[in-house]
Design a protein around this ligand. Structure first.
Ligand code: ZN
Length: 181
């Protein structure tokens, strides 16, 4: 296991479109090790999601803790999501705070779909379909954007909510957790 180096905003790796993996790619030792290392890296830096381009790998893979806000910590089991395709369920948009391990110490309000379905492969290369609402849906959209070279700041409607973490915690925080993806 290893803690991976996380690319910060400005690194070209964050702006490239990542390539899809086949189910047999997913099952290689190389990708299995990457998934383990990405989960370890996400946990180390107290993130709720981490996409492969953030660790300099141009492939359509992210890891996420979709139950990060659940009170019961036993529910927290990070998963790997490969080749995600997001399908909107309804057209409700919600604006809420996001942070990113590649944009340290900054948060901002981002509009996202409230309710989504996701078709993807899991860590075994098996086809899965997930349904997510609110915060988990937000994580999935944030991470999928990373696979297309898109950062949360690109999705902001304006920059008036762009906030340093210290000021966020002081003036705006609703949750105690420092959530970064
Ligand atoms: Zn991010």
């Amino acid at each position: 296991m290893a803690i991976l180096k996380v690319a910060r905003m400005g690194h070209p790796a964050l702006r490239a479109k990542a390539r899809a993996l086949t189910p047999s790619d997913v099952r290689t030792a190389e990708i299995q090790k990457l998934i383990v290392d990405m989960i370890e890296t996400m946990v180390e830096y107290r993130g709720v999601g981490l996409a492969a381009p953030q660790v300099h790998e141009g492939i359509r893979l992210f890891v996420a803790d979709l139950n990060a806000r659940e009170d019961d910590e036993s529910e927290s089991e990070p998963i790997a999501v490969i080749n995600p395709e997001i399908i909107a369920v309804g057209s409700d948009l919600v604006e809420d705070w996001e942070g990113c391990l590649s944009i340290p110490d900054i948060r901002g309000k981002v509009p996202r779909l409230r309710d989504v379905k996701v078709r993807a492969l899991d860590k075994d290369g098996t086809r899965i379909e997930l349904r997510a609402k609110d915060f988990p849906a937000r994580i999935i959209q944030h991470e999928t954007d990373h696979l297309d070279g898109v950062l949360f700041v690109d999705r902001m409607k304006g920059f008036d909510s762009l906030t340093f973490y210290e000021e966020y915690a002081r003036f705006w925080a609703k949750h105690d957790d420092e959530e970064k993806a």
